[in-house]
Design a protein. Structure first.
Length: 284
């Protein structure tokens, strides 16, 4: 994306020229870098510009690095610097739990000491944010569910990552599964949640899990939710086959995803596998 670079009297800033679009209920990042002539930096301040004000600096403060009491209540706790160390020149912020009312333009100010005097500089470029949708909706962005290769009897871990790659109120992540012609039920297994936006489900697949639909649902603040559903497909390292022409079970090594033990009773699969193994040397 193209950045707007502005420099005046040794105060420089780089902001995205493009409008930042985000979805209600999630979060967004305003990327920003700056440099100053201050000998010491004391405060970083962000404003949400009010069109009724003559200057943006007269508008509500949405972030203040050293005085939380100056922050407009509706933004308190929702805005944070990506890099708290201001001397690194990173003025990027993330805004969480977005609402359509957060749409608008934002302006950055830095305060500090020069020649042992306290002073401040408000950068004229503004970042524009557009928040789409309303709270209490189903989000269009879906979580990402990672499913490794599943083998019957071997422990595995599914991972679900919530959309919105910035900080903010942690969502509630739940796992459910549905077998054919059954209602949703909470999945059994060892579920862990890390960093609030990631959840992992560790379990040992069995034949009953084959073709099961697993859903990861993410609930954000304000009854905003989104979900993703995947279908589990198991492989079997060893397939046991029974046919009317064979009076006992035989072990069959296969690289193909044929069938797991719970489905052995389906005669069509038995016949297919029997035709495959009858041409090979079979050992008990």
């Amino acid at each position: 994306k193209d950045n707007h670079f502005f420099c005046l009297y040794g105060f420089c800033i780089s902001l995205s020229e493009e409008e930042i679009t985000a979805e209600a209920g999630l979060c967004t990042v305003i990327h920003c870098s700056f440099s100053t002539v201050f000998e010491s930096i004391t405060d970083a301040v962000w404003y949400k510009c009010d069109q009724s004000k003559r200057r943006c600096g007269e508008s509500d403060i949405i972030f203040h690095s050293s005085n939380q009491n100056k922050i407009q209540p509706g933004f308190r706790g929702r805005v944070s610097l990506l890099e708290p160390n201001l001397y690194k020149g990173n003025c990027s912020i993330d805004i969480s739990d977005l609402d359509q009312s957060d749409s608008g333009s934002y302006q950055f100010r830095v305060n500090g000491l020069i020649n042992q005097r306290y002073d401040g500089f408000t950068f004229s470029p503004r970042a524009s944010v557009s928040v789409k949708g309303k709270m209490s909706i189903t989000l269009t962005q879906k979580p990402t569910v990672e499913v490794p290769a599943l083998t019957e009897g071997q422990q595995t871990t599914l991972t679900c990552t919530a959309p919105g790659l910035c900080s903010g109120s942690d969502p509630i992540i739940t796992w459910t599964w549905r077998r054919s012609a059954e209602d949703d039920s909470y999945i059994t297994g060892n579920i862990t949640t890390t960093h609030g936006r990631n959840s992992s489900l560790t379990f040992t697949p069995s034949a009953k899990h084959h073709s099961t639909e697993v859903t990861c649902k993410v609930n954000f603040r304000g009854n905003t939710s989104t979900q993703e559903t995947v279908t589990l497909n198991l492989t079997c390292d060893m397939i046991f086959v029974f046919s009317s022409e064979i009076d006992k079970f035989w072990k069959f090594d296969s690289q193909s995803n044929f069938i797991c033990k719970a489905l052995q009773k389906q005669s069509q699969w038995n016949k297919v596998l029997y035709r495959r193994i009858i041409k090979t040397e079979i050992k008990e």
